[in-house]
Design a protein around this ligand. Structure first.
Ligand SMILES: [Cu+2]
Length: 340
């Protein structure tokens, strides 16, 4: 298929040229002391990791920026039904789009609304949800939501509207249940390809009573198989590796931070999130009000997700990253910059 041919040849070689040889936690002192594994041309960058030579992807050309995706919650549009209930509506469209996933490495992606991850859909428990799906891609797709809904709204082939052909549309409609952190993704076979190409997003159902005010962020852990060998060459939260190293996420001392963490990684069985200098309360699937654990590391299988909450008692720069070192070094790492 034409869509499976890399846009640029030698994608894997380009990625290998782009990722750093230096460990991000190497200090300037180590570099100055000539530590063997430090200073492969990366310069004394004070512990930053980056694509080699400091090159970045062109967020503007991509049409989305991981820093904007981080705090971008799409509440759709609402109106009252005669019954008094809220009807919340979105329109999602599938579109084939070239995304620069690492400097100079273009990936022939399939997207919802032109971005990866797709919009973070957010609503309140008990509302009526209506999602119009328009397939503008050259391939058949669906939207399969996690949550409680009738079979015909499940977005799988052969049930309800089934596969939505190129140019066709359908409407998924169901109640927002249960409160928690869910996700949505295409469910057309071959499933791994339809997901790994970029068709997924976070789906948040807030509890009726709401949640405590917090600095809220979405992190969809993903990766990209840029040379089509069913293994990932790039790992990230919100698509662009090292984006939060190059520009740390600003947080405030003592403020409640809430991360909606979703794992959609294909081709690797597990993924993880590790926070430095702190521990967080973990709410698996975001469905309960009591944390299951106070920890600094969680491991998630494909499709697993959870809510993390913590406060930074000290200002400074704190890393977060997958605790699988391979994923870390291939992009899935970042910094919080905590201001006092
Ligand atoms: Cu699909």
């Amino acid at each position: 298929m034409a869509a499976s041919v890399p846009v640029l040849g030698a994608g894997a070689a380009a990625v290998h040229a782009a990722v750093p040889l230096r460990h991000p936690w190497d200090t300037e002192a180590q570099a100055a002391a000539g530590a063997e594994h430090a200073g492969h041309g990366a310069g004394a960058d004070g512990g930053h990791a980056d694509f080699r030579d400091g090159r970045t992807v062109d967020h503007r050309a991509n049409g989305f920026d991981p820093h904007e995706i981080l705090r971008d919650f799409d509440w759709g549009t609402t109106r009252r039904l005669p019954s008094g209930r809220v009807l919340r509506e979105w329109e999602l469209y599938a579109v084939d789009r070239e995304i620069e996933v690492a400097p100079g490495v273009k990936f022939a992606a399939w997207t919802y609304n032109g971005r990866i991850p797709g919009p973070t859909l957010r609503c309140r428990e008990g509302e009526r949800l209506r999602i119009t799906f328009v397939n503008g891609s050259a391939h058949p797709h669906t939207i399969h939501f996690h949550g409680i809904h009738p079979a015909e709204m499940d977005g799988v082939p052969g049930v309800g509207a089934g596969q939505i052909a190129p140019g066709a549309r359908t409407v998924y409609e169901f109640d927002a249940l249960p409160a928690g952190l869910h996700l949505y993704h295409c469910h057309v076979r071959p499933l791994a390809e339809h997901i790994a190409k970029g068709l997924y997003g976070a789906f948040i159902v807030d509890p009726r009573a709401g949640r405590e005010d917090a600095d809220e962020m979405v992190m969809v852990m993903n990766g990209f198989d840029t040379n089509f060998d069913r293994a990932n060459e790039v790992y990230a939260a919100n698509t662009i590796g090292f984006a939060y190293m190059q520009r740390p996420i600003v947080a405030r001392k003592d403020a409640l931070v809430r991360v909606f963490l979703v794992n959609v990684l294909e081709y690797d069985l597990i993924n993880s999130f590790h926070l430095h200098g702190n521990l967080f309360n973990y709410f698996p699937t975001g469905t309960g009000s009591r944390p299951s654990e106070l920890t600094d590391t969680v491991m998630l299988c494909q499709g697993q997700r959870g809510i993390l909450e913590w406060r930074f008692p000290h200002p400074g720069r704190y890393m977060f990253h997958a605790h699988q070192s391979e994923f870390t070094e291939l992009g899935w790492q970042g910094f919080f910059a905590v201001e006092g």
